[in-house]
Every structure is written in structure tokens, then in C-alpha cells.
Write a protein that binds this ligand. Structure first.
Ligand code: NDP
Length: 432
């Protein structure tokens, strides 16, 4: 706390992991000697830079960009870029820290990083977004590369932005290299990368249910968010026979007790793409809009928070559980506050953390990196099969490490399994 004053999100993420892994560290003399957790809480480096670009009126705009390179102990730095006015070092440090454990859990050789800018794309034209991405990459290009650091998308950075960023990277270096993932398939992207995080979340939930002898079919699922993760989770859940009862954004929640259909999900996705909100669903879709309401106010069996960090506080978690929720799986990174997590664990319902459940996106990014390195591409079916295999393997690893007293603590299991892999590498390096 003394070393990171005021960095609440980062401290929250570290405290949640430390609780589980410190006993493992103390019990292993090599890990203890290497002071692994302390090393992992100090980024290898944080790069801060100025981003200067011109808006449509010809006025100069100045933003701040960052890349937090947390750990490359088991592979090149890897993690998304986020463009949002709330972006600042504490947020990126928490995301990069989580990313180290998540990437280790995938079983792929990926280190952890995260980056972004305090740029707000809301209300910006296509041309402004392109110029911002180019100006951002003019600086970031010095610090990334296929064996060094491979960014991807995150909030407000989707396929369109990755296209602009990759074009700018390629122009800067004069090299066609897979220094970014989430690329379009026309220029080295992997099939299924866009869908991977949301679909992977549903595969993980299916594995959790199967462990309890239960199925996805017929479950009522409350989802928050209307972005990449939320819409693909909803799409897959419907295919699997579940009933998606809510989706949301900062304006409020759309609800359908009978379950949304794919047309309703497509409308939600289109609102996000157009920069609109959810306040006016067409009548034919059967959705009701509840201004300012949270998805957790409606009855459901499963809650999937897929919007942003700390979106579910203790009151919201209790409301979800009172409405029937018996399983919470995180689509977003750290969507539960520390108090919400405590309430959920006290109630004893099933819970799984984002570092395990939303790892599908980075796992397919990892496959995109190897496809780029070999120049051979997999079909959507092959990638989907790999995604399901990886998510099931992450589930099983977290389950096996998390078994305690006849229950499964997926949080503890994911933290310890991710830590063990990275710690083994760090301890092997000696003092460097
Ligand atoms: P998007 O930008 O596609 O979507 C985020 C959406 O969340 C926005 O539409 C936004 O609504 C909504 N939102 C933000 N804050 C709130 C809030 N407090 N309540 C309700 N809705 C809110 O982002 P992604 O889907 O890519 O990312 C969502 C989360 O998933 C993030 O935590 C991200 O780090 C995580 N994640 C993403 C991965 C990926 O592959 N994309 C991989 C792993 C994790 P509005 O339009 O009103 O601002």
C-alpha cells in the first residue's frame, strides 16, 4: 500500500491474489527466496507517452497513452489496449497484473501487459478515431513486436481500431509482423478471435454446471454490458438453449423474462457499433428498457457481469442472489468489488473469476500469434474446438487446485495455478 498510494483498483487485485498465493510462496523455498509475489507487483516497466492528434475542426487534441509491461517471465508481454476516459495507471496495473495469471492459466507461452489511453471515442467520427489510433501507434510502435509485446483489443478497441493500429504499426516499421492480435482475417487475424471471450465464458460456465450435474439449457442468464464480451456470451448462451434475460449499458438495462432471441442480441450489438444506447428497443424484439437499472434487479439463475471493473457491489450481488442467482462467472475483469466477492463467498454460491472465465480471448490471441509465426491458419471450426478444449482445461485446473472441504473455490484454484507456473519460471531465472 505504501508503494502504491491511491492505486485502489491495483491494490484490490493484488490483495485478492495475495490471500491465496502467499501460503504457496512461503511453503516453497525457491519461490520464497525469489520473492515472486513482490516481483510480480512491480511492473517490469510502465511506458507513458503523449498522443497528439487533430479533431475534425482542426483543433489539436492531447491525450495520454500508456503500456504497462508487467511480466514476460513465460512469454512476450500480452494484453489488451483500452480507450476510455477512466484509463489511468492504477487501472492498467490491475489489468496487467490479472493478465499475468490469466495468460499463465491458458497453458500458452504468454506474459502479461496492458495499455491504453484516456481517449473517449464516444461521439468521435470515424476519421477522428483513425487519426487517434495512428497517433497512439506512432509512439507505441517503439515498444512492441511479435517477440516483445503483443497488444490486442479491450474496451472500445475492437476490430476497426486494431485495423488502424496495425496499419500504423506496419507503416512505422516497414514490416508485416504479428505485433497485434485481433486483426482482421484478411491481414493475419485468426478466425473466432472476436467471439472467443464471450463464447469461452459460456464454455466455462457449462463446465461449472456439468461439474454439478447440471446443464445450461433452460437456465435464466442475466448479462451486463453490451460490448464484445456481453454480446458474444449472449449469442452462445442462446445457442446452448439458455434464456438470456438481460443486457445493459450505462443508460440502463433491457429485460425479457422469456429470453432474448438472436435478433435482440444483434440489435444490442448494433447499438454499441453505432455509439447508441439501449433506451429505445424496437417493439418487435420484446424487450423492456429500465432506465438506470442494473441487470441484477431481475430474476435469474446465473449472473455474468461483462461490462467493467467494480460494476457489481455487495448490494447488487445480494440482490442477484435474492433473485435466484446460484452461479456468478465474470466476463469482465474484476467486475465484483471486494465486498461483493465477500458476500458471494459467504453465501456459498458458485463463483469463478475473470482471470479463468474470460481467458478465451487471449487464448485465441495466442493461437493467432502462432498462426502468424507459421503462416498457417486454422478454420473457425478448428479454432472453436481449441477454444472449448482450452476453457475446459482451465476449468479443470482451477477446479483441481481449488477443491477444499467438499467444495470448489475457483478463485483460489485459478490464483494458485497461475501463480505456480509464473513462479516456477521466475525462480529458475535466478537473481537478474
Ligand atoms: P466493449 O467496449 O466492447 O464494451 C463494454 C461495454 O460495457 C460498453 O458498451 C459500455 O456501455 C458497457 N459498460 C461500461 N461500464 C458499464 C457499467 N457501469 N454498467 C453497464 N454497462 C457498462 O468492451 P469489451 O466487451 O471488450 O470488454 C468488457 C469487459 O471484458 C472489460 O472488463 C474487459 O477488460 C473484459 N475483457 C475483454 C476481452 C475481449 O476480448 N474484448 C477479453 C477479456 C476481458 P456504454 O456503451 O454505455 O459505455
Amino acid at each position: 500500500r505504501d508503494r502504491n498510494p491511491g492505486e485502489d483498483a491495483f491494490l484490490q487485485a493484488v490483495e485478492e491474489v495475495a490471500e491465496d498465493v502467499l501460503t504457496v510462496e512461503k511453503a516453497n523455498s525457491a519461490f520464497a527466496a525469489a520473492r515472486v509475489l513482490e516481483q510480480l507487483t512491480e511492473p517490469d516497466r510502465i511506458i507513458t507517452f503523449r498522443v497528439v492528434w487533430e479533431d475534425d475542426t482542426g483543433t489539436l487534441q492531447i491525450n495520454r497513452g500508456w503500456r504497462v509491461q508487467m511480466s514476460n517471465a513465460i512469454g512476450p508481454y500480452k494484453g489488451g489496449l483500452r480507450f476510455h476516459p477512466s484509463v489511468q495507471p492504477s487501472i492498467l496495473k490491475f489489468l496487467a497484473f490479472e493478465q499475468v495469471f490469466k495468460n499463465a492459466l491458458t497453458g500458452l507461452p504468454l506474459g502479461g501487459g496492458k495499455g491504453g489511453a484516456d481517449f473517449d471515442p464516444k461521439g468521435r467520427s470515424e476519421g477522428e478515431i483513425m487519426r487517434f489510433c495512428q497517433a497512439f501507434m506512432a509512439e507505441l510502435a517503439h515498444h512492441i513486436g511479435p517477440d516483445e509485446d503483443v497488444p490486442a483489443g479491450d474496451i472500445n478497441v475492437g476490430p476497426r481500431e486494431i485495423g488502424y493500429l496495425f496499419g500504423a504499426y506496419k507503416k512505422h516499421h516497414g514490416l508485416f509482423q504479428g505485433a497485434l492480435t485481433g486483426k482482421g482475417q484478411a491481414f493475419g487475424g485468426s478466425a473466432m478471435r472476436v467471439e472467443a471471450t464471450g463464447y469461452g465464458l459460456i464454455y466455462f460456465v457449462a463446465a461449472m454446471l456439468s461439474e454439478q450435474g447440471d446443464l445450461l439449457e433452460g437456465q435464466r442468464i442475466a448479462i451486463s454490458g453490451k460490448g464484445n464480451v456481453a454480446t458474444h456470451a449472449a449469442e452462445k448462451a442462446i445457442v446452448e438453449g439458455a434464456r438470456v434475460v438481460t443486457m445493459s449499458d450505462t443508460s440502463g438495462t433491457v429485460h425479457c423474462a422469456d429470453g432474448m432471441d438472436q435478433d435482440a442480441v444483434a440489435w444490442v450489438r448494433a447499438q454499441k457499433a453505432a455509439g447508441g444506447d439501449l433506451s429505445n428497443p424496437p417493439k418487435a424484439l420484446g424487450l423492456t428498457f429500465h432506465e438506470g437499472a442494473l441487470p441484477w434487479q431481475f430474476e435469474a439463475d446465473i449472473a455474468l457481469p461483462c461490462a467493467t471493473q467494480n460494476e457489481m457491489d455487495a448490494e447488487a450481488a445480494k440482490s442477484a442472489m435474492a433473485g435466484g442467482v446460484k452461479l456468478i462467472a465474470e466476463g469482465a475483469n474484476m467486475p465484483l468489488t471486494a465486498d461483493a466477492l465477500a458476500a458471494v463467498e459467504e453465501a456459498g454460491i458458485l463463483y469463478a473469476p475473470g482471470k479463468a472465465t474470460n481467458a478465451g480471448g487471449v487464448a485465441i490471441s495466442g493461437l493467432e500469434m502462432s498462426q502468424n509465426a507459421h503462416g498457417q491458419f486454422s478454420t473457425a471450426e478448428e479454432v472453436d474446438r481449441a477454444l472449448m478444449r482450452i476453457m475446459t482445461q482451465i476449468h479443470d485446473t482451477a477446479r483441481d487446485e481449488g477443491r477444499a472441504g467438499g467444495r470448489i473455490n475457483y478463485r483460489r484454484g485459478a490464483n494458485i495455478a497461475g501463480y505456480r507456473k509464473v513462479a516456477t519460471a521466475i525462480a529458475a531465472f535466478g537473481v537478474i
